[in-house]
Every structure is written in C-alpha cells, then in structure tokens.
Design a protein around this ligand. Structure first.
Ligand code: NAD
Ligand code: UDP
Length: 343
C-alpha cells in the first residue's frame, strides 16, 4: 500500500515509518516540522535502507495537500492515511486553546476534505487515553465515557466525532487508536523522543539521567496508589508503531469504524519507572517529591483485550526494553537530533 503519514517526522510517526517500510509499504511523510526535524527521516533511512518520500507542508495548507494528492494519483493514489500530525502538550493547550483547536481541528478537517475529494477513505487516527479524563472504572475499556479535561484532550475527542460522522456519511474505513503512555525508542538508538522541554515523565527522567537537567520532580506521593505516586500504562513505541500497521493490514474491508485502546494493561508508578531507569542507566536519577500537578489523575490503565481479539495485536516489549531503549537513545543523542550522534 502507499501510505501518507502526517506528522511522520515526529516521535511516533518516525517509528511507524520503520514498521511500514519493513513490511513492504510505500511511505510518504507530510510534516511542517513544527516539533521535529528531517534528521529523524535520515535516521529512518539509516535503519531500514529506505527513506520515505517527504513533503514539508502544513496540514492547513489546502493547495499543498491538493497537489500532494494529485501527484500521488499519478501512481495510483494513497491507499490510506495515518494521521499523527497534531500539537500535543497539555499545559500549552490550556494556555493557548485557539492555537490547539486551529492546528489540530482545522488542520485535520482540511486533510479529510482533500481525502474525500480524492477518494481516499481509509484512515488511522492518533487518539489518546486523555479522552477518558478521570475514569469511572479501571482498567479503562473503550466503552468508558468520553470526558477530556483540557483543550488538547478536547481536540482528540472532537476529531474522533468528526471521523465517526464522516465514516457514516461517506463510507470511510476509520480506526481510532487511543494510546496510553508511549515510551522508549528504536533499539538502534538512532531515533527517539526529542522534546525541547519534556512535559512527560519518561523523557524528563532520560534527560536527568543524561545530565541535561538536575532532578525529576515527582508530582505528589499522596495519591491513592500502592506507593502514593501516579500509575500509568506505559507502552513501547515500537509496539505502538506495529499496532498502526496491524490496524491497516487487518482492518475489516470496506466501510467500517473501530476504536481500540493501545496499552499493555499493566500499570507502573512514577517511583517504579525511575527505579527501572536507574537499573538501565546504571546510576541514580535524582528526584524530589513535589506537589500534585493540576488536572492529574491517580491511575490510568488500559483494558487492552479488544485490540488483541480483533487485530491480534499485543505488546511484546516490557518495562526492561522500554527503559533500556529510552536510555540507549538518550545516551547516544544527549542533545537530541540537534547534537552529535555518539557510539
Ligand atoms: P510529535 O510532536 O513528535 O509528532 C507530531 C508531528 O506532527 C511533529 O513532527 C509536528 O512537526 C507535526 N505537526 C504538528 N502540527 C502539524 C501541522 N499543522 N501540519 C503538519 N505537521 C504538523 O508527537 P508524537 O508524540 O509523535 O505524537 C503523534 C500523535 O500521537 C499526536 O497526534 C499526539 O497527539 C498523539 N499522541 C501522543 C502521545 C504521546 O505520549 N506521545 C499519546 C497519545 C496520543
Ligand atoms: N510525572 C511526574 N513528574 C514529571 C512528569 C510526570 O511525577 O515530571 C507523573 C505524572 O504525575 C503522572 C505520570 O508521571 O503520574 C505520567 O505523566 P505523563 O505526563 O508522562 O503522562 P500522563 O499524565 O499524560 O498520562
């Protein structure tokens, strides 16, 4: 298949490019590079011997999308789109809601309109466990109510609705993947998560371990969890990448919609994650206990059986591989894609 990967230069997108190319698909990446660089695509080439075609463009640039789809039509068109491109920082979305709604919603709608015009009606969408807000029941199943608590989460739940309505009206084949907490990196250490300032736990821990930041602040140790720190369902990014390609290859043919949690079903606390990282890097990772973060919830763990039953996908990599690969990436790229690659 010829797959358009929006946001394919980013963290999850670049790992998914490797999985797609490895399974023999043809890949075109569209990215405006607002949170990434093309070095990730150079590294994809280093890993798999092929470079995805790349178009630097914004999702909201309709003429650019039109010409991309028109050009692809000359060789059979895109068979499907994997849509990663979005802004994703929760705190920033609270401070700049209009920017988030404009980018994530207007950009997605522009993409979907161009897809419909060109008869490309198959899409895999990056959704998030954040759409569940404070869950009523654990583990969280796909039938949990949708009640996001911040503008970023609202952009995800709104886009889910737009896609379900579009699928119903225009016979699209849509898969919504609700990711839990993707972490880790490709085992080569050539690509990984590269935030300027990390908002999430694991990239923060990795940057402290590499000496880029002095310490991790644990956001509260008085939560109703076994050790008092927040519990999340961490998932290796390579497993997540495989879930996208499974969703593409194994989706029911024709018009259909499917919604899957993508997680492992196992939760680890902040303290457990830091301890695992210390074992992987071989030295202590300094941490202090701080106040709870606004809007945080104690425990988020997936009921992950639906995707296993329907697509045969389940996580193959565990906590050891997650922290090993996160550390290998950080160790080899202490300053991320901007700095030198170490042996
Ligand atoms: P990322 O920032 O590394 O990748 C997103 C990519 O999209 C970036 O390369 C960015 O430059 C690009 N982009 C953003 N807006 C664009 C626009 N208007 N036009 C073109 N390109 C644009 O993020 P990621 O962690 O790889 O996340 C990918 C997707 O998964 C996002 O939709 C995110 O919301 C979702 N998600 C991520 C997580 C996570 O923890 N990383 C969890 C759940 C869901
Ligand atoms: N967390 C923390 N310190 C940090 C970042 C996160 O203690 O610097 C905690 C956070 O409170 C939560 C867990 O780590 O319990 C995972 O947070 P993250 O932001 O990575 O994911 P999310 O909360 O969005 O699931």
């Amino acid at each position: 298949m010829h797959i358009l990967v929006t946001g394919g230069a980013g963290y999850i997108g670049s790992h998914t490019c490797i999985e797609l190319l490895g399974r023999g698909h043809r890949v075109t990446v569209l990215d405006n590079l607002c949170n990434s660089s093309t070095v990730s695509l150079d590294r994809v080439q280093q890993i798999c011997g092929q470079r995805p075609a790349f178009v630097e463009a914004d999702l909201r640039d309709r003429p650019a999308l039109e010409s991309l789809f028109a050009e692809a039509a000359k060789t059979g068109g895109f068979d499907a789109v994997i849509h990663f491109a979005a802004l994703k920082a929760v705190g920033e979305s609270v401070a700049q809601p209009l920017r988030y709604y404009e980018n994530n919603i207007s950009g997605s709608i522009c993409l979907f309109e161009v897809m419909e015009k060109h008869g490309c009606r198959r899409l895999i969408f990056s959704s998030s466990a954040t759409v569940y807000g404070l869950p009523e029941k654990l583990p969280i199943s796909e039938s949990e109510s949708i009640k996001p608590t911040n503008p970023y989460g609202h952009t995800k739940s709104m886009m889910e609705q737009v896609l379900l309505d579009t699928a119903a009206a225009h016979a699209w084949n849509v898969t919504l993947l609700r990711y839990f907490n993707p972490v880790g990196a490709h085992p080569s250490g050539l690509i990984g998560e590269d935030p300027e300032f990390p908002n999430n736990l694991m990239p923060f821990v990795a940057q402290v371990a590499a000496g880029r930041r002095p310490k991790v602040t644990i956001f509260g140790d008085d939560w109703p969890t076994p050790d008092g720190t927040g519990v999340r369902d961490y998932l290796h990014v390579c497993d997540l990448a495989a879930a996208h390609v499974d969703a593409l290859e194994k989706a029911a043919p024709g018009a259909a919609t499917a919604i899957y949690n993508v997680g492992t079903g196992t939760g680890y606390s902040v303290k457990q994650m830091i301890a695992a990282f210390e074992s992987a890097c071989g030295h202590p990772v300094p941490s202090v206990i701080g106040p709870r973060r606004d809007g945080d919830v104690p425990t988020v763990v997936a009921e992950a059986s639906l995707i296993r039953q329907r697509l045969g996908w389940e996580a193959k990599l565990g906590l050891q591989e997650m922290v090993r690969d996160a550390w290998n990436w950080q160790r080899r790229n202490p300053m991320g894609f901007k700095g030198a690659l170490l042996d």
